[in-house]
Design a protein around this ligand. Structure first.
Ligand code: PLP
Length: 356
């Protein structure tokens, strides 16, 4: 039986991505070669890279607006340092919003490059909310935020409008909801949630903000070098890029971000309604900041955990134990998760209520 996969990432992907990937691993485009063994310089792979880059921009509504899409390696974690390397001036400063573990990981790396101002933090509340009402120093070289805090289940709903480059780590909610993506100058996201297998990171860069830091940047960390090489500065992660393209094509056929947002809203509404209704459970994140991708919740009485755990496992659910820093449960409902899987979880929560 195929599991209802609530894993936070790597995680569920559309079934057709598995089917087409499997075929491409066996025989790519009837070439007699596997996607795992073709040259990244082959005509077929260059076409995949070009289409993936173009489709990412198209889905985000950024084509023809001065942006470039790159598929890099090193995970979102490498972007934590590529961003300051490329944007923070010598002797300059950067502004960061500390909304979770990954945001604080980005802050740690920025500090290697210069003054790093944390404009607000919800660390004292174990990151159960998105800080609001902060001021960003006007002389910062850029502002960095994390749109969705995968571990804590919080999500930024309103982004500040600033007179400086805005950088956003969208690893866990990219392509999940309609936003005006032109408000960002750099967007980055590890593939392994809404896009593909681990191994590549989508980086969207507005070209005009580059080349201003005055730093000498090592080539492999220089966005301009990657753009010039059309995302082929070194051997790209061929298979993760191909699988990401398949997911982007799936999303386009579905009707794009607006269509998937509707499905995501229906899934969230179903699960959060049960968390709020069922007297055995409570949500972990501030209601107004709840994530549309990762719902974190707790049992009011931890003594019910053993029974609940046995029940959801028997229902074919996997991947819902919460991150150790929050405890309880985390249901990650990425784009590819069908609402039927959410219904299975809600039914188990109701059954628990009837049982204890
Ligand atoms: N940023 C966010 C919001 C994440 O959820 C994660 C991983 O889950 C990361 C960054 C780190 O990504 P990577 O493992 O690709 O470096």
């Amino acid at each position: 039986m195929k599991k209802h996969n609530y894993s936070a990432g790597p995680c569920i992907l559309p079934q057709e991505v598995f089917d087409k990937s499997a075929q491409a691993i066996l025989d790519f485009n009837e070439s007699g070669l596997s996607i795992l063994e073709i040259s990244h310089r082959s005509k077929d792979f260059v076409a995949i890279m070009d289409e993936a880059r173009a489709l990412a921009l198209e889905l985000l509504g950024l084509e023809g607006k001065g942006y470039q899409a790159l598929f890099l390696a090193g995970g979102a974690s490498l972007e934590f340092l590529m961003v300051p390397y490329n944007l923070m001036k010598e002797g300059g400063k950067a502004a960061y919003l500390d909304s979770g573990t990954w945001a604080s990981g980005a802050i740690k790396e920025a500090k290697f490059f210069g003054e790093t101002v944390v404009v607000a933090s919800s660390k004292d509340q174990n990151y159960n909310n998105i800080p609001k009402g902060y001021t960003v120093p006007t002389d910062a070289d850029y502002f960095h935020c994390t749109s969705n805090n995968t571990i804590f289940g919080t999500q930024i709903k309103d982004f500040p409008s600033l007179d400086m480059p805005v950088v956003c780590d969208m690893s866990s909610d990219i392509f999940s909801r309609v936003l005006d993506f032109t408000q960002f100058d750099i967007i980055y996201a590890g593939a392994q949630k809404n896009m593909g297998p681990a191994g590549t990171t989508l980086v969207i860069v507005k070209e005009e903000i580059l080349g201003k830091s005055g730093r000498t940047i090592p080539s492999i960390l220089d966005y301009e070098k990657h753009i010039k090489a059309e995302s082929m500065y070194n051997t790209p992660p061929v298979f993760p890029v191909y699988a990401s393209l398949l997911t982007l094509q799936w999303l386009k056929n579905l009707g794009g971000i607006a269509a998937v947002e509707k499905l995501n809203n229906a899934k969230d509404a179903l699960l959060y309604a049960e968390i709020d209704r069922n007297p055995l459970f409570k949500g972990a994140a501030a209601v107004e900041d709840r994530s549309n991708m990762n719902a974190t919740f707790l049992l009011n009485n931890p003594e019910h955990a053993a029974t609940f755990d046995t029940m959801w496992k028997a229902a074919g659910i996997s991947g819902i134990p919460g991150h150790r820093s929050v405890g309880g449960y985390r249901a990650s409902m990425y784009n590819a998760m069908p609402i039927e899987s959410v219904q299975v979880l809600v039914d188990v929560m109701k059954e628990l209520e009837n049982k204890v």
